[in-house]
Design a protein around this ligand. Structure first.
Ligand code: NAD
Length: 479
């Protein structure tokens, strides 16, 4: 037998242990050359007061094996607990989340028999940076960070994935009509890196119409690359329209580490009842075997799984009278897959994977981006203040320091002064925009001090820059 590859496994919570048992039983019967090491994650760890749901000692196993097969966990609500998934992704640098969404018509009911798409989701940045603030009574804010290197890595990964897997098209989704700077950077990076892949078709959708199209015409898509939050949402939409969220597996890939899991959660409503469909975790394990170079075993399991589905042996979530022949529990489903190891599907297409490790992401070095000339041109000072803009403007104008001029006052992104006041309410979170011809950092601190000295509650500032003459900030709505 081939040398056993050590992998780290975690049984998780809810249906996690049942689907992990079923998956490991199938892997063993298929003679997957793996040596699982178990770590504990989730509820029991959180209950010991460990805020991120994983003991420090568990990292040692992960850092050694570099491969993690993980069952879902139950994330406690509130109480300062941190998402284990986000912690693991960030700690291990798992920048790409890959979610294949395939329909298994006519064996699993779906309106889209020809659907076969893969979502490549950026996994480390965006609103998941978790940087949030509250500085006034009425307003909460969440900071969205998109980086050039982060965008380049995920976009390149999507193109490389498409090439390696015989995919024909990569679609980028963003909202750069609204977030012109952050999403604009993502879209521009896609266009730039895309030029290096002329053999692959490419297009871009605004995320809202893109999501609608995935729901209505998923067969039009092949590989989709997108930011973290959009990717989170569209992958659930895509998985749902295949027929069941219980069927999809996913991988999280980094430069050195990889994690494989089902996309569904811990399903506490059916936990411990031998009702859960283990297919999501099993198909994640198939992705893991391909990743570690055991493609033949992966194909053997995947084909046996296809045959089981095709034979109508179904768990309750996908059971339909007429199409299904036998309603089974989690463990019986695993036994049915095991009984078919070595068989090929007769109606759905059989798969074949090479025994060559696809391994961690080996991407070329990041491109060198020409340095741009950055010039300080002003400052936005935010106030906690209650009142009307036309009362605020003359008070602030009197306090402008030499070289800086109050150019606008806005509230929730809408310019309230100068010009016609929009028909909307104002919150207690005000933005004063000061600009000048020759601005220095000391002018900014002087302006801030002057406002503070005159009793204004300044809560934060954002410097305004241009890059090669182009604004590094957006205009207020109506500016
Ligand atoms: P869920 O995915 O657990 O369940 C949604 C619905 O789908 C439920 O009705 C459930 O019974 C059903 N379902 C899910 N997986 C199934 C399967 N394999 N077979 C049959 N039916 C299945 O989502 P939820 O209820 O929103 O979340 C439950 C818990 O899971 C929460 O604590 C959440 O934080 C956590 N969660 C964890 C992960 C993860 O660890 N990766 C992901 C998502 C949610």
């Amino acid at each position: 037998m081939a040398q056993l590859v050590p992998i780290t496994i975690a049984r998780g919570n809810g249906i996690g242990p049942e689907i992990m048992d079923a998956t490991l039983k199938i892997l063993k019967a298929a003679e997957a050359a793996i040596a699982p090491e178990e770590i504990e994650i989730g509820e029991s760890v959180y209950s010991r007061g460990i805020k991120n749901g994983i003991e420090d000692s568990s990292w040692a196993s992960l850092k050694k094996t570099k491969i993690f097969l993980k069952s879902p966990i139950t994330t406690p609500q509130g109480g300062g607990f941190k998402s284990l998934n986000v912690t693991v992704r960030k700690t291990l640098g798992l920048f790409a989340n890959i979610r294949p969404c395939v329909s298994y018509h006519p064996y699993v009911e779906t309106n889209f028999p020809k659907m076969d798409l893969v979502i490549v989701r950026e996994n480390e940045e965006d609103l998941y940076s978790g940087i949030e603030y509250r500085q006034t009574q009425q307003v909460a804010q969440s900071l969205k960070l998109i980086s050039r290197p982060g965008s380049e890595k995920i976009v390149r990964y999507a193109f490389e994935y498409a090439r390696a897997n015989g995919r024909k098209k990569v679609t980028c989704m963003s909202k750069d009509n609204i977030m012109k700077i952050a999403d604009g950077l993502f879209h521009k990076t896609f266009d730039e890196i895309g030029k290096e892949y002329p053999d692959i078709k490419q297009d871009h959708y605004i995320i809202d119409i893109g999501t609608a199209r995935i729901a209505a015409r998923p067969q039009d898509f092949d590989v989709i690359v997108t930011e973290n939050l959009y990717g989170d949402i569209i992958s659930d939409v895509a998985a749902e329209v295949t027929g069941s969220v219980g069927l999809a597996g996913s991988s999280n890939i980094g430069d050195d580490f990889a994690m494989f899991e089902a996309i569904h959660g811990s399903a506490p409503d059916i936990a411990g009842k031998n009702m859960a469909n283990p297919s999501g975790l099993l198909l994640a394990a198939v992705m893991m075997l391909i990743h570690i170079g055991q493609g033949k075993t992966a194909a053997k399991i995947h084909n046996a799984w296809f045959k089981t589905i095709e034979d109508g042996v179904h768990t309750g979530d996908i059971f339909r009278a007429g199409t299904s022949t036998q309603k089974v529990g989690t463990q019986e489903f695993a036994d049915a897959v095991i009984a078919r190891l070595g068989q090929l599907p007769q109606k759905m297409a059989a798969v074949d994977y090479p025994d060559r490790a696809s391994g961690a992401a080996t991407l070329p070095a990041l491109k060198t981006v020409p340095h741009q000339t950055k010039k300080l041109v002003g400052i936005d000072i935010f106030l906690d203040w209650t009142g009307e803009a036309e009362d605020l403007a003359p008070q602030i104008q009197k306090l402008s320091i030499a070289g800086l001029e109050l150019s606008s006052i806005s509230n929730r992104g809408m310019v309230m002064w100068p010009g016609t006041k929009p028909v909307t309410f104002s919150s207690d979170h005000w933005r004063l925009r000061f600009k000048g011809a020759e601005v220095t950092p000391s002018m900014l601190t002087a302006q801030l001090s002057k406002l503070n000295d005159h009793g204004f509650d300044t809560i934060k500032t954002e410097n305004l820059y241009t890059f090669n003459g182009e604004n590094g900030y957006t205009q207020g709505q109506g500016e």
